[in-house]
Design a protein around this ligand. Structure first.
Ligand SMILES: Cc1cc2nc3c(=O)[nH]c(=O)nc-3n(C[C@H](O)[C@H](O)[C@H](O)COP(=O)(O)O)c2cc1C
Length: 177
């Protein structure tokens, strides 16, 4: 891998909390001289060329959003050889926000096929306002608040930068913990 890896960050977000996490990751990696392609999953038909992929989703009802799952499926299909890192955002409330959440089963199956070990869990944000049906669901879900931790996110991104810019080749970035 060259000194300046091309990193795809693909995320899915309904109320922008996860989208913002993706920008924190992007900013950190750019500050480490990585070339970053930041995309909302499903917004472009083609998979851009990249050396490393970071794929993330907001959690809703224990599930990942559809588009990042599709992207992983596509990667399995083309037997993408590059390193892939996963994150999800969701847990709300002081007690839960730092609890690692397991991957939903359908995502776990794909992660196994790509030989990925783990997923980073980041606390979520429940906004006061949201459009349409989501507003009703949010009222039932929990109290609004923001349990995202930018420091946790940027530390994770730095770990990825350490791995991908190190001279030793890694086939699977997730193995370092
Ligand atoms: C209807 C609803 C269901 C949710 N289900 C889960 C869940 O199963 N697990 C979880 O960790 N968070 C869950 N959350 C919290 C969201 O994942 C959290 O608000 C997240 O930050 C939203 O991300 P987004 O702003 O990118 O859409 C739920 C939120 C709502 C409104």
């Amino acid at each position: 891998m060259s000194n300046m890896p091309r990193i795809l960050i693909s995320f899915s977000s309904k109320t922008h909390g996860t989208a913002e996490i993706a920008t924190w990751i992007a900013d950190t990696l750019r500050s480490r001289n990585c070339e970053v392609i930041l995309q909302e999953a499903g917004k472009t038909p083609d998979l851009p060329e990249h050396d490393v992929a970071i794929i993330g989703s907001a959690l809703y009802s224990g599930r990942w959003q559809r588009h990042p799952v599709r992207l992983l499926r596509q990667m399995v299909k083309i037997a993408a050889p590059q390193a892939v890192w996963l994150f999800h955002s969701g847990p709300l409330g002081d007690e839960n926000a730092h609890q690692p959440m397991p991957l939903p089963k359908n995502v776990r199956v794909l992660a196994d096929q790509l030989q990925l070990q783990d997923v980073a869990t980041f606390g979520g944000r429940l906004p006061e306002k949201a459009p349409g049906l989501l507003r009703l669901l949010i009222r039932r879900a929990s109290k609004p608040g923001d349990w995202r931790d930018p420091q946790q996110v940027t530390a994770w991104a730095h770990k990825i930068a350490d791995t991908v810019t190190s001279p030793t080749p890694h086939t699977n970035g997730q193995q370092a913990s």
